[in-house]
Design a protein. Structure first.
Length: 191
């Protein structure tokens, strides 16, 4: 009986809220009026003192093309960009812990767990307990994982070398400095 009274009270409160919302919409000054559609803008965005759209577009297109070759290779195995990042960093840092990888990739445990499981089950990565702390999980590439990392890096390296063709060592150092400057710094937000 008490439960029936509670359910009725909740139902009545919900009906009251619905009625109040409908009444508010009907009595609104906009009720019945058609809002004018905004006019389409035909002038393109242009660079300003603080925004360089040309550089932004170059970064968009460069990234799109930079990842296109590895994307095609990964798709054959049912993998994606997250798999690429894991394979890359584990091959660059064999024995890194799962915690280190999480910190490097700035992703959640849940996001990493699925990708890592697929790579381990497919034989690209091995996971071993730490020698001092058995709870610590260390990650190592297998021979197949190393081959995959190289297959993904080769077309990207060819693209980089093509872009640097004829450039001086100073230009190469400048590009590295620029890309390093684009990364978020520890404990600070991007400007």
């Amino acid at each position: 009986m008490i439960a029936d009274l509670c359910f009725r009270a909740v139902g009545q409160a919900a009906q009251t809220r619905k009625g109040n919302a409908k009444l508010a919409r009907q009595s609104s000054p906009r009720a019945g009026r058609q809002e004018p559609k905004p006019e389409p803008l035909t002038k393109p965005l242009e660079n300003t003192e603080t925004i360089d759209f040309d550089i932004i577009e170059l970064l968009f297109f460069s990234y799109r093309d930079f990842v296109s070759d590895p994307d095609a290779i990964l798709a054959k195995s049912g993998f994606g960009r997250a798999h690429h990042r894991v394979v890359h960093f584990v091959n660059r840092n064999p024995g890194m812990t799962v915690a280190d990888l999480l910190d490097t990739l700035k992703i959640t445990k849940q996001s990493l767990a699925r990708v890592l499981k697929q790579l381990i089950d497919s034989g690209y990565i091995q996971q071993k307990a730490g020698p001092e702390d058995r709870r610590q999980r260390k990650l190592y590439p297998t021979g197949t994982g190393r081959d995959l990392a190289l297959a993904l890096a080769e077309p990207q390296s060819r693209r980089i070398e093509r872009a640097f063709d004829g450039a001086s060592p100073e230009v190469r150092a400048g590009v590295k400095a620029f890309l390093s400057g684009m990364q978020n710094r520890q404990n600070s937000k991007a400007d």
